[in-house]
Design a protein around this ligand. Sequence first.
Ligand SMILES: [Zn+2]
Length: 466
Amino acid sequence: MTINIYNTLTRKKEKFAPIEPNRVKMYVCGPTVYNYIHIGNARPAIVFDTVRRYFEYKGYQVDYVLNFTDVDDKLINAAKELGEEVPTIAERFIQAYKEDVGVLGVKEAVHHPRVTETMDDIISFISTLIDKGHAYEADGDVYFKTRSFDHYGKLSHQSIDELRSGARIQVGEKKQDPLDFALWKQTKDGEIAWDSPWGKGRPGWHIECSAMAKKYLGDTIDIHAGGQDLTFPHHENEIAQSEAANGTSFANYWMHNGYINIDNEKMSKSLGNFVLAHDLIQKHDPKVLRFFMLSVHYRNPINFSDALLESAKNSYDRIENALTNLEHRKEASVNLADDNQQWLDKINALQQQFEQEMDDDFNTANAIAVIFDLVKEANVYLKSDHTHVAVIDTFIDTLTAWLEVLGIPQTQEEELLDEEIEALIEKRIEARKNKDFQLADKIRDDLKERNIILEDTPQGTRWKRG
Ligand SMILES: [Zn+2]
């Protein structure tokens, strides 16, 4: 079955057709790293990680790129306030981001490009735009000539005239048209800067994503994603830059996640309802937080409150309880049941349904409803006197696989490193030499539990991951 994605560009659900078979080139706009992230930033991290996980579950390889904006006005101001250097602050909050979203089950991107490490590509991208007549230099700054790109406004569905009426040239800006936007900004004295053909300066915000997507994924990518608030102007500007420079379509599918409200109000610093993910994960089980975030479809707004989080915890506990009960019964199961096939068919039908919901624009809200249907069936099954280990195992495996797709994995154990495995194999050889076969067998069994298979050959012990 194909995955259908709601595409902001066409405002329709479309069948996903990748550029290359079984591969997804996916770019997600990442954070500006001048502070801890708030839960509004945690939502795209979780949502698009789930999209990635589902693609992987369906057998796709996902080239997942998420950038770090490690130089911009916010960082420069933070550096002034704290009396620190920009790179020091950036490094600190990149690590904090990775830790916080890591705890929330978000996998590391395949590439995490930073502006400061992509400077050559950014400068050459801007030069191409100037050469092609889509950008101009104005006294050390460089601007994109918005009217030179015919399709400006196509993502946010606005006409250039509508946009024109709302645009102003701010004091100190050297642009020719209010719609033009900065690609390169001349440095003020003492600020962090890079050499360029236009003098010392730093990039505007939008250009980094165009340059990074091109560098890591090519001229045309499958999916570009980010928060709804980025649709305009950020993503509109990315399209203009990339399509003007590359002469081809930039992204085939545009995905945007909805906002988060706190106690039914918009989150803002002035309202004092600003919630940092960093603080939340100290107070609440990160698995419940992730479960809560996914219990609403990603395009809908989410309302966040302690009461809602508490009720999410109660729901989530029902899933974990079912799993624990299934695990317990596994040991006590006998092979007497004769209604196995009927139960396996029921689980299989739910499996189809789970995938149908996820195929439908990653509808995690409905997929979670299917999880509860499975939990209900499992609880009915557990009441029966005759349970079969094959059915119990299928319940467990199905539930575990679904939770893995949602990024709520149940295995706490870290994957063993190669060196650790080899050290254990050495220990087992030692044990066998000392005729301590009990220890030797225990090591083999422990490794097997962690999916490491040993094979004794005349040349010695070989191992592989199961
Ligand atoms: Zn971006």
